[in-house]
Design a protein around this ligand. Structure first.
Ligand code: GAL
Length: 875
């Protein structure tokens, strides 16, 4: 079988339609225009069969050997038709039993997607921890029996995979139908020609995860959602709408809606296309009547062709999408209907937001005319103990905790995120720097994606932009992170220019950027990107200037017309609740005698110990204040993540997070909150005050507060009142002599009492305490409750350094999916119900069994301690 070459979409015939009707349309009218949706988008996450490895004697499925089979899947994303590849004739994998429908997979394991097969462990304690020590490398197969109803005969059927790690190959009923190498890409496989409506159908997917393919834990398996999309043969194409808002005022907003329609049939099609625009709420429900309607456009599409139309309308008194916390993330939806012979054949919804963006080289970022300081974090894609298997609630929790801290930005380091991240960012009012690549042609690890970058950069980048461009949260397209080509090589300039051109073709409304830690203004890459992202060097690495000078002014001077920000900053390392003494005056690289303790693979949480290339948060705050043209920063990193356990390669997960892997706040959380939410009255004391062995020894107290002054009391005696000097973000009492009791702080702002905090020395551990982030969860098998267990004394004070073994159990219609404690060195598998407390705390992640309701009781026990239980409701 040969596949036909697909037209590159934006070059297909484009019809410009300026007609518009800025009228309010009644709901009844709207429903008449949009009869029963004819497009079906079904989740097919359930009931897959899974196994590791190929069947014996399988050869020849390595990507390098079969790329001419796989490349055609990306044809639609190649502008230059001469780069499009025709699939070879015949079939691939006829001799591979797992790919064949008749293979008996009953002995395989039953799994539901999203699925990360490596997160089960065990941890491999040999070798380095860069990739998280979990068994993510190797081949895996997934199979699914699909029933396609006979009434779908003649329909177009697509498999949409949001992400599979990696080198996917897909067979449908034994026929090879496509694949996609990049594990972070979302892609579509057209099943139309091989599916048998009314009969049993079989999907087989092979993944291959090379070892040494990543600098962090990549995860493994089909780790994002998978959809079966059924449409009429004439339908809106994949990611076929582009919505933007070129003119916005308080009176009205112009909304441009481009629609690409595919005619997969063998006949010419004559269609009418119209769109209506509604306001939507946080749950995507339409609010009120249509706010605008785009009059029908008539067009003819030849068999097998795509046509794009450009339409436009005006929304009066628009509610703008904006950034939390000063603006509100209002959203709308475009409902596009395609009619053929007077009948709706497709209805397609595109949520969007109305907002303006200005990338100002002097003022930074302006959203709706207001300067917004980017208070962002870098996050990798794993969800801690859940691995990379996408879970909406776990992701939402990450963003909620970040928002509580005052963060308003996410950089999706260093790859396209799960689509749900962008949905959440839209709904919660985050700004997103959407990143495509960590490597170009120059490798960082031997088997990373430099191996197919030349073949796939265009398809990967266009796919990411087409998927993500209607999200109001997305502000920048990052074409690379610290790529090897960033320094003096000409290839850096050539690639940057090519990738920027692609981005502009796909989306002229946003800028391209790259994160650069060693490029200099004269590096060829820099001239070719729209905006400048500096990693660490922006602030000059250390405050002592011994490794570098701040590069923001140097780049700003060399490129006065370019928008500039700190794409990666800080990289302070710490372990929650762990402190070493003496405490350094200024920040230093963590090392023996600097934040580390012999034999204990933890780093002190005074937030003064860093990776060797980095510095403490305070330095970046000062830099951002000193250079107000810098649009903000993305801190490395928001949450701890699996892999890259600098400075201890023996560990399993990072120390960089402001929030630990279990989601517990480290002290640094409060340093950011104090600075990023100056209006929130708060104060936080560190360290904890449980140091029986330190009586009489110097034990410094630091206070993070959104106030400007504070007085600390130890057992009622004042240790003095201190004021923050300019460019100071924490208050320090360096010479405190430890005695047990109570440390209390009263913070002031502008001379007025503002906030207080206190810590008291705990007694002996006597009980467990238990608390859940949500007491009621949906019984859909996906929703989660995050249950925290703490070791406490008789007065319910957490015992800070306790490491008691805790056993967790659940009764009723629930289960414990994973446990954790935030300790980067803990090699107990995440699904264990036995978890040591780490500095007083452990976490159980609980879900309701699918379809079940009722009372779930979670019990925590530990030898010698009073047990604790909590009841949750599954509804
Ligand atoms: C950066 C890199 C990140 C991470 C970070 C740790 O140089 O871009 O991916 O490795 O260092 O500080």
């Amino acid at each position: 079988m040969k596949t036909k070459l697909t037209p590159w979409l934006p070059l297909a015939a484009t019809i410009v339609v300026a007609s518009m009707l800025a009228a309010s349309v009644s709901r009844q009218q709207a429903e008449r225009v949009n009869p029963t949706p004819v497009r079906k988008r079904q989740s097919i996450n359930e009931s897959w069969k899974f196994t590791r490895n190929d069947p014996p004697n399988t050869n020849g499925l390595a990507y390098s050997a079969i790329k001419s089979w796989v490349l055609p899947t990306g044809n639609r994303f190649l502008k230059d038709a001469s780069r499009q590849v025709e699939r070879p004739s015949g079939n691939l994998g006829v001799d591979v039993s797992y790919a064949q429908p008749e293979f008996d997979d009953r002995s395989w394991r039953a799994v539901d997607l999203p699925h990360d097969f490596a997160i089960e462990g065990p941890f491999n304690t040999q070798g380095g921890g860069g990739m998280g020590r979990l068994p993510s490398a190797g081949v895996a197969w997934y199979r699914k029996h699909l029933d396609i109803p006979a009434r779908d005969y003649g329909k177009s059927v697509f498999l949409d995979i949001d992400g599979a790690m990696s080198y996917s190959l897909v067979w449908c009923n034994g026929q090879f139908v496509g694949g996609w190498p990049y594990g972070y890409a979302s892609y579509r496989i057209d099943l139309t020609s091989c599916i048998k409506p009314g009969q049993a159908n079989l999907l087989a997917i092979r993944l291959d995860n090379p070892p040494n393919s990543s600098r962090w834990y990549p995860g493994a398996g089909i780790y994002r959602n998978v959809w079966l999309v059924t449409t009429s043969s004439v339908h809106v194409g994949q990611w076929g709408t582009t919505v933007n808002t070129p003119e916005v005022s308080s009176l009205q907003a112009r909304v441009n809606v481009d629609v690409a329609i595919d005619n997969d049939s063998k006949q010419q099609a004559s269609v009418r296309v119209n769109s209506e625009l509604f306001e939507i709420d946080r749950n995507d429900r339409r609010v009120g009547d249509a706010r605008a309607r785009i009059a029908p456009v008539q067009l003819t599409i030849n068999a097998g062709q795509s046509v794009s139309i450009k339409t436009s309308c005006v929304i009066a008194k628009p509610k703008l999408w904006g950034v939390s916390s000063t603006q509100k993330p209002n959203r709308y939806v475009v409902v596009t209907t395609v009619e053929q012979n007077g009948k709706a054949v497709d209805v397609y919804e595109t949520p969007f937001g109305i907002r303006t963006l200005r990338f100002d080289p002097e003022q930074g970022l302006l959203v709706n005319g207001e300067r917004i300081q980017i208070k962002g974090v870098n996050n990798h894609h794993d969800l801690g103990a859940l691995g990379t298997a996408l879970n909406f609630r776990a992701l939402e929790r990450q963003l909620e905790i970040l928002q509580e801290m005052g963060a308003n930005g996410i950089r999706t380091s260093h790859n396209p995120p799960a689509p749900e991240l962008l949905d959440l960012a839209d709904k919660m009012g985050f700004l997103v720097m959407d990143e495509a690549f960590d490597v170009w042609e120059a490798q960082k690890t031997p088997q990373d994606h430099h191996l197919f970058f030349a073949d796939w950069h265009e398809q990967d980048l266009r796919a990411m932009i087409r998927r993500d461009r209607n999200h109001p949260s997305v502000i920048l397209w990052s074409i690379g992170n610290e790529v090897g080509e960033q320094t003096a090589v000409a290839a850096g300039g050539e690639w940057a220019s090519r990738l920027t051109a692609i981005s502009h073709e796909e989306d002229p409304t946003r800028q391209t950027i790259a994160g650069m830690n060693s490029a200099r203004p004269n590096s060829p890459l820099v001239a070719q990107i729209d905006a400048i992202g500096l990693n660490y060097q922006g602030a000059g690495l250390t405050d002592r200037g011994e490794r570098d000078t701040p590069q923001f002014p140097i780049f700003h001077q060399a490129f006065p017309d370019k928008f500039i920000l700190g794409s990666e900053t800080v990289a302070t390392v710490s372990s929650r609740g762990f402190y070493t003494f003496p405490v350094t005056q200024s920040w230093v690289p963590a090392g023996p005698k600097a934040g580390e303790q012999d034999g204990v693979l933890q780093v002190s949480s005074y937030d003064l110990y860093t990776a060797s290339w980095s510095y403490a948060p305070d330095k970046e705050f000062a830099t951002q204040e000193r250079y107000p043209y810098v649009a903000g920063e993305f801190v490395w990193s928001g949450w701890d993540y699996l892999g890259e356990p600098t400075p201890f390669n023996q560990a399993r997960s990072s120390y960089f997070g402001i929030i630990d892997l279990a989601g517990f706040k480290k002290d640094r959380f409060y340093l950011y909150q104090a600075t990023w939410r100056p209006e929130l009255p708060m104060a936080h004391i560190l360290p904890h005050w449980y140091w029986p062995e330190r009586i009489g020894q110097v034990t410094p107290i630091h206070v993070y507060t959104s106030g400007d002054e504070a007085e600390v009391f130890l057992n009622g005696k004042s240790l003095g009142r201190k004021k923050k000097a300019q460019y100071e973000y924490r208050l320090r009492w360096d010479n405190v002599i430890y005695e047990p009791g109570e440390v209390r702080v009263i913070a002031y702002k502008n001379g007025q009492r503002w906030a207080t905090d206190s810590v008291k020395t705990a007694g002996d551990a006597s009980k467990l305490l238990i608390a859940a982030d949500r007491a009621t969860i949906v019984g859909d098998g996906k929703d989660l409750s995050f249950v925290t267990v703490s070791v406490a004394d008789k007065d319910n004070r957490t015992v800070p350094r306790s490491m008691n073994e805790i056993h967790l159990e659940v009764s009723g219609p629930g289960e414990i999916v994973a446990t954790d404690n935030g300790d980067p060195t803990d090699m107990t598998v995440f699904r264990s119900h036995d978890r040591k407390a780490f500095n007083g705390r452990a976490l159980a992640i609980v879900r309701a069994k699918p379809g079940q309701r009722g009372r779930i009781v979670v019990t925590a026990t530990s030898q010698g301690l009073q047990r604790a239980e909590i009841s949750l409701t599954a509804q």
